[in-house]
Write a protein that binds this ligand. Structure first.
Ligand code: ZN
Length: 280
């Protein structure tokens, strides 16, 4: 039985040999051929119109066209899972190359399997983010991959070894850290009444504006908007003309003035999860 994998030539030879005693009756040989197939090969056969085959040779030639790849060096699942992005390649080029290789795998992959193997093939900085999308088209991988590529290239560089080490430290220290949990001071039961009364903190100088950096960090989920805080005495300091995207568009201050966001970014820098490039 031939299931669509393995050597199609060997199958033909075996089939031929078995049917010697049927004699040279092409019609019978062609009819019985179906019974030697299963799975992919059988589905292929059923999807064909047998009337188009005027002879055994024409049928075999279609069969070989369809299953020849088993003889040639068809990439297998292992190969595509290890097909990495070249340093010189843009993510989109890489994903396109990967997909065309994956399309040659037999039996053919469902889109879902293809997405899974693609994610598995990725280096950590892509893997971690791509894994988060649950159902998608292959094109979504390209879009997200390009955004990650963009965010790692310009301004910030993610440092996953440091991230892993940090997580390990936290775990072994018995402290559990949920990713993107708000900084600890936001868990105080009483909301902080005034941002500006806290002593100024040393922040690492960042080459770009806070709101730009925020947008990029948001794409890779290093920051997510936190709930708006209700100040005890709003009238004293709230400027209704300003709002902060990080604080879920809470009115009162702009994102550039946002202490909570600066703290969050600083903690990412301190933990070496992101590396601030020196301003030029
Ligand atoms: Zn804010």
């Amino acid at each position: 039985m031939f299931d669509g994998t393995g050597d199609s030539r060997v199958h033909l030879r075996t089939y031929y040999d078995k049917l010697v005693r049927v004699g040279n009756v092409e019609r019978i040989r062609m009819k019985l051929f179906m019974r030697s197939l299963k799975e992919d090969a059988l589905s292929w056969y059923i999807s064909q119109d047998p009337k188009k085959w005027s002879s055994w040779v024409s049928m075999v030639s279609d069969f070989m066209d369809r299953f020849r790849f088993n003889i040639e060096n068809a990439p297998d699942v292992f190969y595509i899972q290890n097909l990495k992005k070249k340093p010189t390649e843009m993510f989109r080029e890489y994903a396109t190359r990967w997909r065309s290789e994956a399309a040659k795998v037999r039996p053919a992959l469902e889109e879902e399997q293809m997405n899974k193997f693609f994610v598995w093939a990725q280096d950590p900085q892509y893997y971690e983010r791509l894994m988060m999308i649950e159902s998608r088209k292959f094109f979504d991988n390209i879009k997200l991959g390009e955004r990650i590529e963009e965010s790692t290239k310009s301004g910030i560089v993610t440092n996953f070894e440091a991230l892993q080490a940090t997580n390990k430290d936290l775990q072994s220290g018995g402290v559990s850290m949920k990713r993107d949990s708000p900084p600890a001071h936001q868990n105080f039961p009483i909301p902080r009444p005034n941002f500006d009364r806290r002593p100024p903190k040393e922040y690492t100088t960042i080459a770009e504006s806070i709101d730009q950096l925020y947008e990029r960090l948001k794409v890779v989920s290093y920051v997510t908007p936190i709930p708006a805080e209700t100040p005890e005495n709003p009238s004293k300091w709230v400027n209704p003309n300003k709002s902060c995207a990080y604080h879920s568009n809470m009115k009162g201050h702009t994102i550039d003035e946002c202490r909570s966001l600066k703290d969050k970014i600083q903690s990412l820098i301190d933990h070496k999860i992101i590396v601030a490039k020196n301003p030029l």
